[in-house]
Design a binder for this molecule. Sequence first.
Ligand code: ADP
Ligand code: ADP
Length: 222
Amino acid sequence: MIQFEQVGKRYSNGHVGLHELSFRARRGEFLFVTGHSGAGKSTLLRLLLALERPTSGKLLLAGQDIGSIRNSEIPFLRRQIGVVFQNHHLLFDRSVFDNVALPLQILGLPRDEIRRRVDTALERVSLQEMGELLPSDLSSGQQQRVGIARAVVHQPALLLADEPTGNLDPRLAAEIMGVFEDINRLGTTVLIASHDLALIARMRHRLLTLQRGRLIGDGEAA
Ligand code: ADP
Ligand code: ADP
């Protein structure tokens, strides 16, 4: 699903985001990326989304070379990917249903198809029956679930998350990680950037550790 081959990213100001990073992830894997601030976690995610281009090496997603992808192909690339943010970026003046429906409306799907897929996505995060509420009616954990539903509603092959539990207490954080595991069990590849090592250690998934742009660990979290 993901193949980094000696991928380097040097920013125009000279900062090195990643230094010859190599790893592969199979379709259906669940993996964490950790490291201190500045280690390169966001750079890795932004390269996968083609928000940044590698300055060296080769980066493949589902066999497609995204280091040299044409700009016109980027929307098709992004359709294969869902993204969950720390602050979920919900629209607070729209209902839960509308927030989750947004990516499908952008794709121009028919209304009944949108309704069916949004209902399924809300069910997957245990928020069925909550579509008509506003995000402000929900707890922070539920709001993050809405963010996850919106990220998977277009059925992406890959789900990326950047510190998805950063604002949650430990109990809620563990619950949200359980939601990611549920989604992974249905076949979606999941890659989560996090520096919550205590939580990661309990989950026993593959863990990539970055330090100043270099991969210094790759194995089951312990
Ligand atoms: P975090 O540790 O939460 O990942 P960072 O401080 O590394 O946060 O990055 C936050 C944002 O600031 C990112 O989008 C990143 O692209 C940007 N950023 C980080 N370092 C620089 C920099 N030296 N120059 C410009 N933008 C930067
Ligand atoms: P993390 O997400 O692990 O905090 P980042 O990928 O944000 O790490 O940062 C890795 C390195 O790249 C840092 O030295 C950071 O300052 C630099 N960096 C990140 N984004 C930018 C940017 N947009 N412009 C310049 N330097 C950046």
